[in-house]
Design a protein around this ligand. Structure first.
Ligand code: COA
Ligand code: AMP
Length: 634
């Protein structure tokens, strides 16, 4: 080992400009940077200031020029359409250049925004790279979001063009995307000039004349577009993520720092070399998809695998083993939920039999806390290192984790292992903001500046960037997670300290669900909270108080609020249970005691808060929880 980690970490702390400047040499620049790190306007620090490059060039053209044109860049494996397609770096470059060509023809240029609302098909990845090629800013919206959520993102990003497809395929279900897109554009105040639709064979989308265009027709008639040099600090993409309110936050990623960090992580964290097959079983709509289906593997010159299927049911819980063995996957990255789903259907791992997994070296898990049970099950079954790593949409890459390329640490189940180079993790007292000693639980914060590749601001919302992340503990980035660092320096992430929950590794806001429930005309007040779930990690449940003289029965209201959340946020919210209560537990100052209710639902020990207005209400809450299968009856 030789202490490579310690050396890298120490240098990244003591001389970040030297450390990242050295790493930055690995990227092709049209013009080298003037300054590695500009801290003159904190907390808006900037990396590689003065540098010019193009992310798409680095991800595609560079490899073709270096002689890797015939190597496979992308494997598309879709059990739901029974398709496997491979694209070499040259083929991918040609397709992306033509897509960039038609976007250019539609007037898309440097700094313009484009929304991509796509299922897990190669064109989703291509759409992102095509924008990057032109210096346009893409914003990918996860296909599972309902029209209203898409509309919110359209109004914030104000895209010139929206790229979409006629349908997505979710296990056995075919979901028409075009009616959802039409509804979203109708609701939104901002109207895109054009919607370009890829017609998939399963569904033919109806086109709106004058606005909608056929993707393949556009692509066939387009002239290829070249890469446009952009500043390292220019935005590459906006990715919306849930916060504590109904309004999602547009995380902005720059071009230069992002490319530098992505390429470094691929090698050092994931242990991948050019030509290796790497599979992130996520969705391009999430940050894992952005970083590790699209950008990092291609920047490194690896082969990325895009999977349009589920861990179970497409067709069975052996799906992941089939993909790994068929394509010689070296490392898989997914969410613990996927493994819990496989474990539930195939606890003995029988479906593994007959598959040759000799290529497989590491399983990486993230997106939610990795429970020790799932860790042990996966490690025993696969007999390869299982690496938990903690990160967020805001950071774009691992804050704390283990390495397969730098120095591997012994695993402590339940811990994400050690801080990555560039991340100065501190545990703070939530009230005083003072640093806490090792072993004590508090707020996990990162001393500024954050390393390259992390978010530079929120889209057109510098105020929100400061208020949400930088002002709570001045000089630190507030992660929103709580936890501790043990005596060996291992980081334990215990969960969010705000209203954000993780459902199947998908980040959602209980605040936004509460806003929807509260809109019901018969609801006087409500609380939505994330409770523990064996499969999904967490699921939201709702408690509501009826208005006096409500016109509907509690059951009717419950099913209507469930339906509203499904149609306004999407099925992915998994909000399936709501129950009426006479009153909600509150402090004397009127604050709803969500934490105590969550403990009741999870059947955890809880202390009656000293600030509670009326302790008797907790008994009523226990009874109500029991009727929907939570609390003591779990
Ligand atoms: N478009 C439209 N609808 C979608 C969708 C999409 N892209 N993705 C999910 N949905 C729908 C599903 O069809 C389902 O609808 P339903 O309530 O009508 O059944 C609902 O949203 C919930 O989806 P999901 O959480 O995927 O549940 P599931 O029961 O279909 O599958 C798992 C369960 C555990 C297999 C699945 O959640 C999974 O694979 N999780 C891995 C998580 C992951 O990859 N996270 C990414 C971060 S790394
Ligand atoms: P997202 O922005 O969707 O990636 O969600 C980020 C959040 O997921 C974090 O703030 C954590 O709460 C949670 N999370 C991600 N990875 C881990 C992990 N390895 N362990 C614990 N929590 C995690």
């Amino acid at each position: 080992m030789g202490g490579e980690y310690e050396k890298a970490f120490k240098e990244s702390m003591e001389d970040p400009e030297a450390f990242w400047g050295n790493v930055g040499e690995d990227i092709a620049w049209y013009k080298k940077w003037d300054k590695v790190l500009d801290t003159s306007n904190m907390p808006f620090y900037k990396w590689f200031v003065g540098g010019e490059m193009n992310t798409c060039y680095n991800a595609l053209d560079y490899h073709v020029e270096e002689g890797r044109g015939e190597q496979t860049a992308l494997i598309y494996d879709s059990p739901v359409t029974d398709t496997i397609t491979k694209f070499t770096y040259s083929e991918l470059k040609d397709r992306v250049s033509k897509i960039a060509g038609f976007l250019k023809g539609l007037g898309v240029g440097k700094g313009d925004t484009v929304i991509s609302y796509m299922p897990m098909i190669p064109e989703a990845l291509m759409s992102m790279l095509a924008c990057a090629r032109l210096g346009a800013v893409h914003s990918v919206v996860f296909g599972g979001f309902a029209p209203k959520e898409l509309a919110i993102r359209i109004d914030d990003a104000r895209p010139k063009v929206i790229l979409s497809a006629s349908c997505g395929i979710e296990g056995q279900k075919v979901i028409s995307y075009k009616p959802l897109l039409d509804e979203a554009v109708d609701i939104a105040s901002h109207k895109p000039e054009r919607c370009v639709i890829l017609q998939r064979p399963q569904v033919s989308a109806e086109m709106r004349p004058g606005r909608d265009m056929d993707w393949m027709e556009q692509e066939e008639n387009a002239s290829p577009a070249d890469c446009v040099p952009v500043k390292a600090t220019d935005p590459l993409y906006i990715l919306y993520t849930s916060g504590t309110t109904g309004l999602p936050k547009g995380v902005v990623r720059d071009n230069g720092g992002h490319a530098v960090a992505m390429k470094w992580t691929m090698k050092h964290i994931y242990g991948i070399n050019p030509g290796d097959v790497y599979w992130a079983a996520s969705d391009v709509g999430w940050v894992v998809g952005h970083s590790y289906i699209v950008y990092a593997p291609l920047l490194l010159g690896a082969t990325t695998l895009m999977y349009e299927g589920k861990p179970i049911g497409t067709p069975d819980p052996g799906a992941f083993w089939r993909v790994i063995s068929q394509h010689n996957v070296k490392a898989l990255f997914t969410a613990p939920t996927a493994f819990r789903a496989i474990k539930r259907e195939d606890p003995e791992g029988k479906y593994l039999e007959g598959y040759d997994l000799s290529s497989f070296e590491t399983l990486f898990l993230a997106g939610e806390r990795l429970d020790p049970d799932t860790y042990h099950w996966a490690a025993n079954l696969l007999k390869v290192p299982v690496i938990d790593h903690w990160w967020q949409t805001e950071t774009g890459w691992t804050i704390a984790g283990n390495f397969r390329g730098l120095e591997e640490f012994p695993v402590k189940p339940g811990s994400a292992t050690v801080p990555m180079p560039g991340y100065d993790i501190r545990i703070l007292d939530p009230v005083s903001g003072e640093e806490l000693p090792r072993g004590e639980n508090g707020i996990i914060a990162v001393k500024l500046p954050l390393p390259p590749g992390t978010f530079s601001t929120l889209w057109q919302n510098e105020k929100g960037f400061k208020e949400t992340y930088m002002d709570p503990y001045p000089g630190y980035y507030f992660t929103g997670d709580g936890g501790y660092v043990d005596e060996d320096g291992y980081v334990f992430v215990m969960g969010r300290v705000d209203d954000v929950i993780n459902v199947s590794g998908h980040r959602l806001s209980t605040g936004s669900m509460e806003e929807i429930v509260a809109e019901h005309p018969d609801v006087a007040e409500c609380a939505v909270m994330g409770v523990a779930d064996n499969l999904r990690g967490q699921v939201p449940i709702g408690l509501f108080v009826l208005k006096s003289g409500a016109s509907k029965s509690p059951q009717e209201v419950a099913s209507e609020v469930v339906q509203s959340v499904r149609s306004e946020i999407g099925a992915i919210a998994c909000f399936k249970k709501a129950v009426v209560v006479e009153r909600l537990p509150k402090t004397r100052s009127g604050k709803i005691l969500r934490g105590t209710m969550r403990k009741i639902a999870d059947s955890e020990e809880y202390a009656i808060p000293s600030t509670i207005d009326d302790p008797a209400v907790l008994g009523e809450i226990e009874m109500a929880m029991g009727t929907i299968g939570y609390g003591k009856d779990r």
